[in-house]
Write a protein that binds this ligand. Sequence first.
Ligand code: AMP
Ligand code: MG
Length: 337
Amino acid sequence: MKNRILLTALLLSVFVLIGCFIFVRPTEHTETFFAMDTFMSVTAYGRQAEEAVLKVREAIIREDALWSVTNERSDIFLVNRKGSGEVDSETAELVSFALDMAKETGGALDPTVYPILSEWGFTKSEHNVPSEEVIEEKLKLVGYERANVRDNTITLSEGTQLDLGAVAKGFASNKAVEILTKNGVNSALIYLGGNIYALGGKSDGRPWLIGVQDPVALDNVGVLELVDAAAVTSGNYERYFTADDGTTYGHIIDPATGYPVDNDLLSVTVVSPDGAVCDALSTALFVMGSERAEKYFLSHSGFEILLITKSDEIIISSALAEKFTLADRKNYTVRVI
Ligand code: AMP
Ligand code: MG
């Protein structure tokens, strides 16, 4: 009898323990998918993780369908074809943001660069080196002041066309964070191509560790500790082509010249709680080159930077330097600003 009571008690405690484990253990859910021309992956922790991550995936797929320059039914395709049009409120918000950042960066970021980009063939992967005459001609159509947003209507000057490739993923990462937090998630890692957003810390409370890609090798130059912040990297090593004469041309265009950026920078990483700002600035600072980028950083606030130069230098802002660990066996010199 006594043995039976003991056995029952033992079994009961085992069931209770298993129950507690299932109930208390943080659940994790990951979705990987292809959107906005890149591989994406969203991992969230918490009891509502699965539901929240599925909502994020749905939102990004919807945004891709609105903002793609090649999808004939997208808001951007229609506005580019017709020169004006009423768009989804999120599209209007994004274009408005991109135009503000274009002004703010003196046109280093310019969402009207599409006529030039398509001559270089980057949008359709049919690469081509345009003649100087063509570049000169198409440059006349580029300029953020040639695009306008009022309410949900976008208007473009004759021949001007938009491309949101430099800002869409960062903007989408902010929207993803909104969706996750609204759905009870406070620990997640959102990876949208070169755009990363670390929501909260890891499920154990420690910071997320994010590798910063070495632009000339397949590994990382180091790792960043991130909590509630985005890290976005831009560089011409990400997408480029090599012409018949051996010259390589990258996908980030200097809107002042119409040619792919070729300055002293290999990559720019921007860290801030605002993913859209990170995305806009990583592209813009890459266009500027290290000297102008450093000046821009010193005269603005709300973000941190890590620049990698062709002379093997890492230029890093002081607050970010505290969260950065250089990988072993890397020959970069680090300069803190
Ligand atoms: P990112 O990877 O965020 O730096 O964005 C690069 C993408 O933005 C390119 O693939 C083009 O679609 C587009 N783009 C290239 N140059 C510029 C520029 N100067 N301003 C705005 N968008 C650009
Ligand atoms: Mg960008």
